[in-house]
Design a protein around this ligand. Structure first.
Ligand SMILES: C[S@@+](CC[C@H](N)C(=O)[O-])C[C@H]1O[C@@H](n2cnc3c(N)ncnc32)[C@H](O)[C@@H]1O
Length: 190
């Protein structure tokens, strides 16, 4: 029989190793990690009007919490982009364990290289440092009318059309809308 002290020590070592990994992966990939709460995920799914059959992208999908939530709760096909290979592997393992692997895809790589031209629903929880480049990418690639939800961080020049707490919804403007519409004050969706 294994002594309880040994089990406790192994658990503490594993926890410490995981914390060191989170810290080092932040340094290596330049990408930290903060988990999205259930409240934020529920708000995001509603703002994106996610339903069965939709495809939703999570840019910077971490350990797959949002991907698995969207696949499980809304039966959506969820596609993630994640720079850290270990987080990608853990997502694949976890989506299998939760019975939604057929609805979850994770591509490893830089989210700024993701092809968004067919994306109509996009979600992310990133850092303020990337928001300007992401705003340019979304404006340049996504089709007009597409929905974008950002947790916590705002695009520098756009106003959200709706916010639920710190979960913000943007609608990609059409070419003719230009920045005037983008800079309108916040309004509720009909
Ligand atoms: C706050 S976590 C998001 C977690 C996930 N969206 C969720 O809700 O469960 C941010 C994630 O973005 C990833 N990330 C940051 N910059 C990235 C980049 N340029 N390309 C791909 N992934 C990136 C990080 O590795 C991290 O896992």
């Amino acid at each position: 029989m294994v002594a309880p002290q040994l089990v406790a020590a192994a658990f503490l070592y594993a926890l410490a190793a995981f914390m060191v990994y989170l810290f080092l992966s932040g340094l290596i990939w330049g990408a930290g990690y903060s988990p999205t709460s259930r409240r934020q995920l529920e708000a995001a799914a509603s703002l994106l009007q996610l339903k069965e059959g939709d495809t939703v992208y999570d840019l910077g999908s971490g350990f797959g919490r949002a991907l698995i939530f969207f696949a499980k709760e809304r039966r959506a096909s969820a596609i993630g982009f994640e720079i850290d290979p270990l987080r990608r592997l853990i997502t694949l393992w976890n989506s299998k364990r939760q019975g939604v692997s057929s609805h979850v895809t994770v591509l490893r790589g830089n989210l700024l290289k993701a092809d968004l031209k067919n994306a109509s629903k996009v979600f992310f929880f990133l850092s303020p440092l990337i928001m300007r480049r992401l705003q340019e990418k979304v404006a340049g690639e996504m089709p007009p009318g597409a929905l974008v939800v950002s947790v916590e961080h705002l695009f520098p020049d756009w106003k959200p059309v709706e916010s639920v707490g710190d979960v913000h919804l943007y609608v990609v403007p059409g070419a003719a809308d230009s920045r005037i519409r983008i800079l309108e004050p916040s309004r509720k969706l009909a």
